[in-house]
Write a protein that binds this ligand. Structure first.
Ligand SMILES: *Cc1c(COP(=O)(O)O)cnc(C)c1O
Ligand code: SF4
Length: 342
């Protein structure tokens, strides 16, 4: 896309290198020093980032970095991707598998927690490493070749007639190519009891070029009812190119939902959450969930108290139409659904 081609002279992959989004994935910043240099941050930030990135490396696409304010170590977008010393401090109650994912494995790469819905870990790869990610410690299996890698999960879905909805998750399923995903959708559509195909992805926010014609085509073309759930946590993530990408999905009639995570120092403030909901609705994305932080090791500095979340939801309810107020939920291992808090 124009943004990449014009503002980043380091991107000079030949035309044969594949679609723009693949180049954006390849040229994403992986070096904590480079991230700090680009944003003109002080050396303390860089040193801390180097220390804390050893457990979970830095990953941030350049188009996302371009939305950050240079020189501001507290920028709410930066805070989501910049490793901090706080990550290295052990905090009681913060563990490697806070949501019981390992206990919910039904087949290789298939999690089944809730009635009617099963979640496929399609890949361990993401376009970004969110420092608060609840799967930051998840033991992703090395991916075998496409084709065979999902066969166990697909067999399990076919065997269980209660599974009406398949959620493609990861990692981020849209780090995979459209040909493979279209094939997967075709395979799932052949299972008579599957009705809906949901995609959990942060790619349209991180690398909006990922919303290609091919992607829209297979999402529209499947017998299954598609639902795309994105993750934006701050209104500034939704710039014009992201709005255009979401518009391409909305124009195709694909229902769009957003889940945000309540993050201290990012969006734990009423004006920010009001503006996030407004921007989402303008982009034809319905606010779905506001998640209480999952207590994953290394993320304790992102936790906002439940009372704060409840107060924020009250504020949103007073200021916005009902459809623009997300449900405030938390995930409780072993529970039959996400648990409403307010
Ligand atoms: C969150 C989640 C879902 C989806 O839950 P919804 O409330 O339907 O959005 C499904 N499976 C797993 C394992 C989940 O973690
Ligand atoms: S995009 Fe989702 S899965 Fe990937 S690092 Fe962020 S929170 Fe984790």
């Amino acid at each position: 896309m124009a943004i990449l081609a014009s503002s980043n002279h380091l991107v000079r992959a030949p035309a044969t290198a594949g679609p723009a989004w693949r180049q954006a994935l390849r040229t994403a910043v992986r070096d904590p020093l480079e991230l700090c240099r680009r944003l003109r941050l002080p050396a303390e930030c860089a040193n801390a980032a180097i220390r804390a990135s050893r457990r979970f490396p830095v990953l941030a696409p350049t188009s996302y970095i371009a939305r950050m304010e240079p020189g501001n170590p507290c920028d709410p977008l930066l805070r989501q991707v910049l490793p901090q010393d706080d990550e290295l401090t052990a905090a009681t109650g913060f563990t490697a598998d806070p949501v019981g994912d390992l206990a919910a494995q039904r087949a290789s790469g298939l999690l089944h927690k809730y009635l009617g819905r099963a979640l496929m870990i399609t890949t361990g790869a993401c376009a970004v490493h969110c420092r608060y990610c609840f799967r930051r410690e998840y033991p992703y299996a090395p991916s075998p070749a496409v084709g065979s890698r999902w066969s166990g999960a697909i067999a399990e879905i076919a065997r269980d007639p209660s599974l009406e909805e398949v959620i493609l998750s990861g990692g981020d399923p849209l780090t995979l190519g459209d040909a493979g995903l279209a094939d997967l959708a075709k395979t799932l559509a052949r299972i008579p009891h599957v009705r809906r195909l949901r995609v959990h992805t942060r790619l349209p926010i991180m690398i909006p070029e990922r919303v290609t014609e091919e992607l829209v085509a297979w999402l529209r073309g499947t017998r299954l009812t598609p639902v795309v759930v994105v993750q934006a946590n701050h209104p500034r993530e939704l710039d014009a190119s992201v709005a255009a990408a979401l518009g391409r999905l909305a124009d195709a009639g694909i229902p769009l939902l957003n889940q945000a995570v309540l993050l201290r120092g990012v969006n734990d403030d009423l004006d920010t959450l009001v503006e996030l909901s407004q921007r989402l609705v303008d982009c034809r994305v319905m606010p779905y969930y506001l998640h209480q932080l999952d207590r994953v090791a290394g993320a304790s500095h992102f936790e906002a108290p439940v009372e704060t979340g409840q107060r924020l939801i009250q504020g949103l309810t007073a200021r916005l139409p009902g459809y623009a107020v997300p449900r405030y939920v938390r995930e409780v291992p072993g529970a039959a659904s996400k648990q409403p808090i307010a």
